[in-house]
Design a protein around this ligand. Structure first.
Ligand code: ADP
Length: 250
């Protein structure tokens, strides 16, 4: 679904991504791991249109999407989850889901004016869809809670929920497990697997928790120093001397 060819992203003289080439195959939950500073987040930002690459190419199902802005990618079903913006913390969980403009631009259009007009026009349909999403994610009981009061893991579920309000094809998830307790991490993992199996989502997941990666991801791609160091099943890469060395070297 996604092919990255010889991608470079330089910040001044620093090569954060330094000739990375990889593929994310349709239907997979692909893990992206590597020591801190390996370039994983920068790679995500380039693929998702937040940063333009210094050089290299990104294609989606054969179409060149290099350097397209987030809203254009959003329209193609390529989504990257974002933390809930501060100003939406005082809105309810359900309202946060209803703010996602179907087929429209990402963050930049999530402003109060747009939300109000959208809600006025399509409230019924959006409400139904939001309730379905909450049910799918097993967080219906939180629908009236203020998003700002959610725990870290519950916020991650809400972020995942927002991808379900539109027709996502591939979703990029950054550090799903950071600061999330084990029970919620399992709930998030289950939601990812169900979205993958039942709705055909392809995922690319950056995560440090190897248990989580092992349970969910195949293949796992390992980055180090801005490039792909290894790729294989979780067991394969965990037994790979080069991978062990890259982690020990940091
Ligand atoms: P990872 O996600 O694998 O930990 P990052 O992509 O966040 O790695 O960072 C890779 C390297 O690029 C780091 O050394 C980081 O300090 C550097 N870097 C990231 N963004 C910038 C930026 N905007 N300006 C300068 N350096 C950056």
């Amino acid at each position: 679904m996604i092919r990255v060819e010889n991608l470079h992203k330089h910040f001044g003289g620093f090569h954060a991504v330094d000739g990375a080439s990889l593929e994310i195959r349709a239907g997979t939950i692909t893990g992206l791991i590597g020591p801190n500073g390996a370039g994983k987040t920068t790679l995500f930002n380039v693929i998702a249109g937040r940063l333009s690459p210094t050089s290299g190419r990104v294609t989606m199902a054969g179409e060149d999407i290099t350097g397209l802005p987030p809203h254009a990618l959003f329209g193609k079903g390529l989504l990257r989850t974002f933390q809930i913006a501060h100003e939406f913390g005082s809105m309810s969980v359900r309202e946060n889901l209803m703010m996602v403009p179907p087929g429209q631009a990402g963050e930049t259009l999530w402003n109060a004016w747009f939300a109000r007009s959208r809600i006025a026009r399509e409230e019924e349909a959006l409400l139904r869809k939001a309730d379905e999403v909450l049910d799918f994610l097993t967080i219906s009981h939180l629908k009236d809670e203020k998003a700002g009061n959610l725990s870290g893991g519950q916020k991650k579920l809400l972020e995942l929920g927002r991808t379900m309000m539109v027709d996502a094809r591939i979703v990029f998830l950054d550090e799903v497990g950071a600061g999330v307790n084990r029970t919620l991490l399992n709930t998030i993992g289950d939601a990812i697997v169900r979205l993958n199996r039942e709705r055909g989502y392809t995922f690319c997941v950056i995560e440090h928790d190897m248990d989580f990666i092992k349970r969910l991801c195949d293949p796992v791609i390992v980055m180090a120093e801005g490039r792909v160091l290894a790729e294989g099943s979780a067991d394969q890469i965990m037994a790979d001397e080069r991978v062990i060395e890259a982690y020990l070297g940091t």
